[in-house]
Structure formats: structure tokens, C-alpha cells
Design a protein around this ligand. Structure first.
Ligand SMILES: *Cc1c(COP(=O)(O)O)cnc(C)c1O
Length: 380
């Protein structure tokens, strides 16, 4: 079975000795815009591409505002700052996520609370969240929710749309409204993914994206915050650009700011990549459909897009029968020029977060044991 699978993957990417997991593709106006950027000398912190990029991300996702950031991790950090998440408060997130989500929470000095994912979406489970809050949280007279045993305020919830598949974000949004918890979506992996025809990242107070080199589209390094709240958007723009009070020549800053702005040269790359996005999405969907067809009659399960959603199929994923088989598959494919990867070691097992509170994490554990990502680049 491994041999046939490896051969099938190789046939999807012919003429390649080594097949990476996800390569960037530059098939449009990338060079043109980069040259324009260099010729104009506006390569750094100001320039028209940053403004174009922000307008286009807002238009594409349907959010009212977008703020460009230097990377997705900075976007998450900034989203929590403008949502006024404070030190020692609790932030709910997934144990099955990339480290950046948890690092950003740690930059705030907040405590992590890990809730399980759903087995089908691989994103935060509304049912598990409801059960946990019902048993462990209390809404107090001030209108906020507190943890019964630690007495900390539960101020934010950060679900993640894993590998580009949408989680049950509308249900999570209503739970967060009920408990008065700020919803921030880590949509780093899900540009081009929609849930009930609405773009991921636009269901909560704020959403964040990453445009790192391994994502569906890339600015080299980059990220964005989206929101419908003009006050939050303005605050994010202000704080990502060193909190400078506008003046023709004086340097006055009235708050601790951050140098989190995306350089114009990265934005130039991004504007070109956005022009290719729809083609990339179609191309990736075709590959996902071929995988789906291939694995239909096999003991390996292909992870399909959840119901009610349209995935960008950023990274295709399969489930092996158990951890031992997973390890054998990883060894076989990586030995044969095919890059495959297990999912992330669960966050609550890492030394930095091992003391964090958590609910039942059985689906997360099942996915850690069985999931493997397989090559998913756009085919040219
Ligand atoms: C890629 C990613 C990030 C961080 O993005 P960077 O641009 O690399 O900082 C955050 N969260 C998740 C889930 C990611 O996959």
C-alpha cells in the first residue's frame, strides 16, 4: 500500500526527484511589481503596495478593514493587544495547532486553556468548549466569565482553521457571545477558505492570516489582521507602526508601539500572489480530488473538507490506522523523495505549556497519532 501511495504521489508531481510538502509558485506579476518597487525606492515601511494589499485582503475576505503585518505571529499578538487581552487572563485555544498561536498568547503573559478539536474539522470543538465552560466557568456580575478554580478572567478564544479546513466557527461565535469572550480566529492557514459562504477570519472580533513561504500564497514573510470594527482596525494600524502621533516633522509617540508593519517589497509580492489566488485554489482542489479518489478504496483515510465549508486545501492530510503505521509511512515516503510530515506535537505536551489547564483532548491525541500531511503544492 505504501508503495502504490508513493507512486501515486510521484505521478502527481512528475519530473521532480524530491517532492516538497508545499512550495511557493510565482507565475504572475511578481517580478514586475518587485522591480517597480525597487525602481520607486519605496521598499520599506511606506508605499502603495501596502495600501493595495490591505484593500484587496479586505475586499477578498469581505471584512471591512485589513491591517498588514510583518508576519502571522505578529498579527496574532497585535490582535490580542487590541482586543485588550491582559496578563494572567485565560485564552482558550487548541492543543492541536502550530506553536505560533501559543507563543502569541505567551507574549501577552496570558494563560493557555486547551480545548479539544472536532475529529472531522480538526478545529476547536464547540461541543467540548460548551461542556468545559459549563462545568468550569462562571459568568459574574461584571458580565465577564471567570474560571471557577483559578479565578482568572477568560477573556479570549482563538480557534484555528487547521490545514485550511474551517472549524464550526458559527457555533463557536455564539458560545463566545453567550460568555462574553472575545473571538479571535487564527486563520493563518485558511486564506481562500469559506464556512457557509463567509470567509474564515471574519466571524469573530478579529481574524489573522499568515503569508509565510509555506502558506497558500506568500509575501516572503507577512500577515494581516481583519476586522469589521473601525476602532480596532485603527488601533492595530497605529500600534503596528510605532504609535506615532501624526505630524509633518515631529517625532512624538504616545504609547508603546511595535514595528510590526509589512514592508512595501513584501506587499508588492503579495499583490501579485493575490492575482493568482483563485487559480491556485482551483488547482489545489483538483489535486485534493485526485487524492480523494485514490484513497477511496484504501485503508488510508483522506481528510475531506468539512460539511458547510469550502476549503483551500492548503495541506492535504491522511489518517493512518495507528501511530506505528504512521511512523512506517513517514519513514517510507521520506526515504523515497517524498516529503511528508506528522502533525504538530500537541501543545500541552511541550515544556513551556505542560502546566496549562485543559479539557479532554482525545480527538487531538487521535490526530497526533494518525495524521500525516502529504505534498500539496500547486501543480504547474
Ligand atoms: C503559519 C502559522 C502562523 C504564523 O505565521 P507566521 O507568518 O509564520 O508568523 C500562526 N498560526 C498558524 C496556525 C500557522 O500555521
Amino acid at each position: 500500500m505504501f508503495k502504490q501511495t508513493a507512486e501515486f504521489i510521484k505521478a502527481q508531481f512528475p519530473n521532480q526527484d524530491f517532492i516538497p510538502l508545499h512550495e511557493p509558485r510565482f507565475i504572475g506579476n511578481e517580478k514586475k511589481y518587485l522591480i517597480d518597487c525597487i525602481d520607486s525606492t519605496f521598499v520599506s515601511s511606506v508605499g502603495k503596495y501596502v495600501d493595495d494589499f490591505e484593500k484587496q485582503i479586505a475586499a477578498y475576505t469581505g471584512a471591512k478593514y485589513a491591517v498588514a503585518c510583518v508576519n502571522g505571529t505578529a498579527a496574532l499578538h497585535m490582535a490580542m493587544i487590541v482586543a485588550e487581552v491582559k496578563q494572567n487572563e485565560i485564552v482558550i485555544t487548541q492543543s492541536l495547532s502550530f506553536i505560533a498561536t501559543c507563543n502569541a498568547i505567551a507574549y501577552i503573559g496570558a494563560s493557555h486553556l486547551f480545548i479539544d478539536v472536532d475529529a472531522d474539522t480538526m478545529g476547536l470543538s464547540p461541543d467540548k468548549l460548551k461542556i468545559y465552560l459549563h462545568e468550569n466557568a462562571i459568568k459574574k456580575a461584571d458580565g465577564f466569565t471567570y474560571h471557577k478554580t483559578t479565578n482568572q478572567k477568560i477573556s479570549a478564544c482563538i480557534p484555528m482553521h487547521t490545514f485550511g479546513h474551517s472549524c464550526r466557527i458559527d457555533e463557536l461565535a455564539s458560545i463566545c457571545t453567550e460568555y462574553n469572550i472575545s473571538l479571535i480566529e487564527d486563520a493563518a492557514e485558511s486564506i481562500g477558505s469559506f464556512y457557509k459562504e463567509k470567509h474564515t477570519g471574519t466571524f469573530g472580533l478579529l481574524g489573522t492570516f499568515s503569508f509565510n513561504g509555506n502558506k497558500t500564497i506568500t509575501s516572503g514573510g507577512g500577515g494581516a489582521i481583519v476586522t469589521n470594527d473601525i476602532t480596532l482596525a485603527k488601533k492595530a494600524k497605529y500600534l503596528t507602526t510605532q504609535a506615532k502621533v501624526p505630524h509633518r516633522w515631529e517625532f512624538v509617540h504616545d504609547e508603546i508601539g511595535y514595528n510590526y508593519r509589512m514592508p512595501n517589497i513584501n506587499a508588492a509580492l503579495m499583490v501579485a500572489q493575490l492575482e493568482s489566488l483563485n487559480y491556485f485554489l482551483e488547482n489545489k482542489r483538483e489535486l485534493a480530488n485526485s487524492y480523494k479518489e485514490f484513497f477511496k478504496d484504501s485503508e488510508i483515510l483522506f481528510v475531506e473538507e468539512p460539511s458547510n465549508s469550502r476549503s483551500n486545501y492548503w495541506l492535504n492530510a491522511i489518517l493512518l490506522s495507528d501511530r506505528k503505521t504512521r511512523d512506517e509511512f513517514l519513514l517510507y515516503t521520506n526515504d523515497n523523495g517524498i516529503m511528508t510530515r506528522p502533525t504538530w506535537t500537541l501543545m500541552h505536551k511541550l515544556v513551556m505549556f505542560k502546566d496549562a489547564i485543559h479539557g479532554d483532548l482525545s480527538n487531538s491525541q487521535m490526530l497526533e497519532d494518525r495524521l500525516v500531511n502529504i505534498p500539496s503544492s500547486v501543480r504547474i
